[in-house]
Ligand binder design. Structure first.
Ligand code: ADE
Length: 224
């Protein structure tokens, strides 16, 4: 998969996309991430990419020309399956969307700042608008990092044990069950007996039960 990301703050994306599983995905050649500095497409030598909003009001708006120039250049190089704008007024991000995006070849992500990007860029180029939750971040970069991480780990071959993504919370509409490792007794707290007896059918049943209980307790909305 190839992911291009347009941002004014590439530094914010460096660490999250270059460690752990994302690093492994890149090293295996399964994920290619290219971060593009929007200021390279600025309207003047001062690197201007934003301006005050028409109609008045606080906050700057990211201008059409730099974004259009950058997007057009990238579109000349490849055909995108989706051009995604990270914004708090987008559709709520969900595991279903991550699953869908993990099957694409080419994605272009646009990180907004300040009051956001000019509506005409959204109208002309953006095919999907995603919010990672009902709160406002200072910019789209952290949201983009979350999106890329959640998609990247689903690409076949990225995780060593392919089944481990399938048993994640949300993958089957339920929260994941509790997990335990050594020691079997920690300060008097025992690992549930059933996990120690080697009966995998019973263990699977117990895990499913625990998933259902946890989901009913914490996220009843998911049970509907
Ligand atoms: N940019 C600012 N806040 C955001 C959010 N909640 N989701 C996605 N992008 C954002």
């Amino acid at each position: 998969m190839h992911i291009d990301i347009i941002t004014v703050l590439p530094e914010l994306l460096e660490s999250p996309l270059n460690h752990s599983i994302m690093k492994r995905a890149k090293e295996k050649g399964l994920l290619h991430i290219h971060v593009h500095q929007l200021r390279d497409y600025a309207i003047n030598k001062y690197g201007q990419v934003d301006d005050t909003q028409y109609g008045g009001g606080a906050g700057m708006v990211m201008m059409c020309e730099p974004l259009a120039r950058c997007i057009e250049k990238l579109k000349d190089e490849r055909t995108y399956d989706e051009i995604i704008y990270l914004t708090p007024d987008g559709v709520n991000f969900h595991q279903r969307i991550a699953n869908m995006l993990s099957m694409k070849q080419n994605l272009l992500l646009i990180c907004g700042h300040y009051k956001g990007i000019d509506q005409r860029i959204r109208d002309k180029y953006v095919t999907l608008e995603i919010s990672i939750g009902d709160y406002v971040l200072s910019g789209g970069e952290l949201a983009a990092a979350i999106l890329v991480d959640s998609i990247g780990r689903l690409i076949p071959g990225v995780l060593n044990d392919e089944t481990s993504a399938l048993t994640d919370s949300h993958q089957d509409g339920l929260l994941a069950p509790p997990v335990y490792t050594r020691p079997a007794n920690f300060e008097g707290m025992e690992v549930p007996e059933i996990l120690l007896n080697g009966n995998f059918k019973l263990i699977e049943e117990w895990r499913h039960e625990q998933s259902v209980l946890r989901t009913q307790e914490r996220r009843p909305d998911l049970m509907e």
